[in-house]
Design a protein around this ligand. Structure first.
Ligand SMILES: NC(=O)c1ccc[n+]([C@@H]2O[C@H](COP(=O)([O-])OP(=O)(O)OC[C@H]3O[C@@H](n4cnc5c(N)ncnc54)[C@H](OP(=O)(O)O)[C@@H]3O)[C@@H](O)[C@H]2O)c1
Ligand SMILES: *[C@@H]1O[C@H](CO)[C@@H](O)[C@H](O)[C@H]1NC(C)=O
Length: 264
């Protein structure tokens, strides 16, 4: 009975991922289940397909919520193991050298780089990863050190730094979970028209940068994940290819494939 878990499904890409899995006969109804966590206690679950089991009140700033809380919620629903876990939650607070933001940086690292370690720990301890299964960290090409260039510019230390750390965490988890049959991949989902990019003023680049709706990015990510095999564990990918990665051609050359494996 295939079972999926999406962490951070209230809006944007996470909502689209949970919606698509909730409408996927493999992961809904009598043959499978989709779980989705949201931070708010007052989240309106009618935003998701009825088949999705919503776990409310999961704040990844809290080690208790991010680890034991999720594992217990899954078990209390009678689920023995998970086939697909996607950690999607993210925070982007813009920074410059003139105005770095200490508290915001701490939050970004906690949510995207520290919480996944504790989630993986508790799911592993509770034997909740199926063998085989897949663990996906939604990171970003912004977390690739190689793709940061003079031409593109610096700044955004907390966002890019925490996502680079998340890529490292995913790589290390792929090593630790290999014998348990868990394939771990990191994904740059693509440039999307979401509250995240709007809040940092990137909506002015949506058209020129080819930003897509989260539903389109979710479909690409899920199709990529379904084709991922254990040989790919510990690697970093752009399922939609180089099209929205500003420095891809300068750094990696022309005629790049889709999906594109990204450099650290
Ligand atoms: N948008 C892009 O162009 C783009 C590009 C590359 C990578 N990504 C990555 O894709 C993922 C989704 O991005 P998005 O554009 O859909 O972002 P979004 O619209 O801002 O949504 C962010 C999600 O993360 C959740 N979240 C944030 N802090 C949390 C916390 N402490 N505990 C639990 N949940 C928390 C939010 O929940 P609340 O509603 O409770 O705040 C929301 O569901 C992120 O990891 C992002 O970095 C996005
Ligand atoms: C599962 O998804 C299929 C395809 O979208 C849909 O027809 C069916 O009603 C869903 N089942 C449940 C229990 O929601």
């Amino acid at each position: 009975m295939p079972t999926a878990l999406i962490i951070g499904a209230s809006r944007g890409l996470g909502l689209a991922l949970a919606t698509q899995l909730g409408n996927d006969p493999n992961y809904n109804g009598s043959t499978g289940t989709t779980f989705a966590t949201v931070r708010s206690e007052s989240f309106d679950s009618t935003n998701l397909p009825q088949s999705v089991v919503v776990i409310k009140g999961v704040d990844l700033n809290s080690p208790e919520d991010a680890g034991r809380g999720i594992a217990q919620a899954i078990q209390s629903n009678g689920i023995k193991s998970l086939d697909l876990v996607i950690i999607n939650a993210g925070v982007f607070v813009a920074e410059t050298l003139d105005a770095p933001k200490y508290e915001a940086e701490a939050e970004m690292y906690k949510v995207v780089a520290i919480a996944p370690v504790f989630l993986a720990h508790h799911l592993h301890k509770a034997n909740l990863f199926s063998n085989p299964s897949k663990l996906v960290l939604i990171t970003t090409e912004g977390g690739s050190i190689s793709l940061r260039t003079q031409e593109e510019g610096g700044g955004n230390y907390g966002h890019h730094g925490s996502k680079a750390a998340a890529n490292m965490v995913g790589r290390l988890l792929s090593i630790d979970l290999k014998d348990s049959g868990v394939t771990v991949v990191m994904i740059h989902p693509g440039f999307m028209r979401t509250e995240m990019t709007k809040a940092v003023g990137y909506d002015k680049y949506w058209d020129a940068g080819g930003a897509v709706l989260p539903s389109e990015a979710a479909a690409s990510a899920l199709s990529f994940v379904s084709s991922v095999n254990p040989d790919q564990t510990g690697t970093f990918w752009a399922p939609r290819g180089p099209r929205d990665i500003g420095e891809a051609e300068r750094v990696l050359g022309k005629n790049l494939p889709t999906p594109l494996q990204l450099p650290w």
